[in-house]
Design a protein around this ligand. Sequence first.
Ligand code: NAD
Ligand code: TYD
Length: 349
Amino acid sequence: MEKTLLITGGAGFIGSHVVRLFVKKYPNYLIVNLDKLTYAGNLENLVDIQDSQNYVFEKGDIVDRDYIIGLFDKYNFDGVIHLAAESHVDRSITNPMEFIMTNVVGTVNLLNAAKNSWKDCYESKLFYHVSTDEVYGSLGNEGLFLETTPYDPKSPYSSSKASSDHFVRAYGNTYGMPFVISNCSNNYGPNQFPEKLLPLFINNIRNNKNLPVYGDGLFTRDWLYVEDHAKAIDLIYHKGSNFETYNIGGFNEWTNIDLIHELCKQMNAALGVAEGTSENLITYVKDRPGHDKRYAIDASKINKELGWKPSLQFQEGLGLTIDWYMSNQNWLDNVTSGDYKNYYKKQYS
Ligand code: NAD
Ligand code: TYD
């Protein structure tokens, strides 16, 4: 094998798309997927590539320092693409400590293991940290997040991701460890756990359940199809400059309520029900505490320097997403049995 790469969180939503892309595109790379298989991790996401010659799955916890050191000894990685994280803002509000452990302590464990394993050969190595636009805080009606925008995280989730970004840069600055960081906007697409807005609402519509819109519904997010994010990660890993940050975004801002109306329209068509049927499920509920008003990314750096841009228009990406969930209702049924019911009750009752 030409290279051995560690991808963390590869059984999750974005990670599974990154693992698939790398396993298929780089038959000469050994791809080691390390995942704890929390509620968000699901090996069903990877059945199509699980028997590939250049793919290995390792079940483990990035918070377990000795285990991570042992994994670096076992594989002698050339690079890391780090996606493992606790990723849902609402869960970070009820249980911030889990986020500090995985997102901060877990990231520092990986950095330490990489430092010890790579210290004499940094020039051929790369630590790629996958982060979020939420580290920049919340925008008013105007403006976009640039790579130079000062960090101003406002939720326990975004604070833990900001902290992990700082540690990655500190390892670059202090020890010379080559790194790249990308900060991406909201992803959507197949395999996203139905706690995030779009899959939650798709699942609720198919079950004829209320669609809980937080606050006035006028919060704005920029949406990117997950496979376009995976392609950007591939490009940055191979062509990005070390010690740099790249913002990734969809050039695709929506207020939540407009997005939900678009989803309802497409779901009515997919289910073959009358116009207005899904819309009748919209229910305004209590707002999320500290809810960030608007995220919007200026992705011109990655566009100019690496030639990346989103390949899909939103309507098309949303159609593909709905098709996937409607054709994989067993996947939805499996992930919404058990603990999900307790989560849903606590979060929405
Ligand atoms: P996800 O919650 O779907 O998946 C996270 C994965 O990490 C799961 O497979 C889980 O089992 C694994 N994991 C969690 N804790 C772990 C631990 N302690 N040890 C090992 N594995 C562990 O998340 P996602 O939406 O795919 O996000 C992936 C990354 O991308 C995260 O770092 C997130 O901050 C970032 N990101 C997400 C979005 C988005 O819109 N979803 C946008 C920008 C950046
Ligand atoms: P989410 O998918 O949780 O992503 P993030 O908070 O990381 O942007 O939420 C997207 C938007 O949808 C956000 O403004 C919160 C809102 N939202 C609801 O209105 N209702 C819900 O049940 C959920 C989960 C989110």
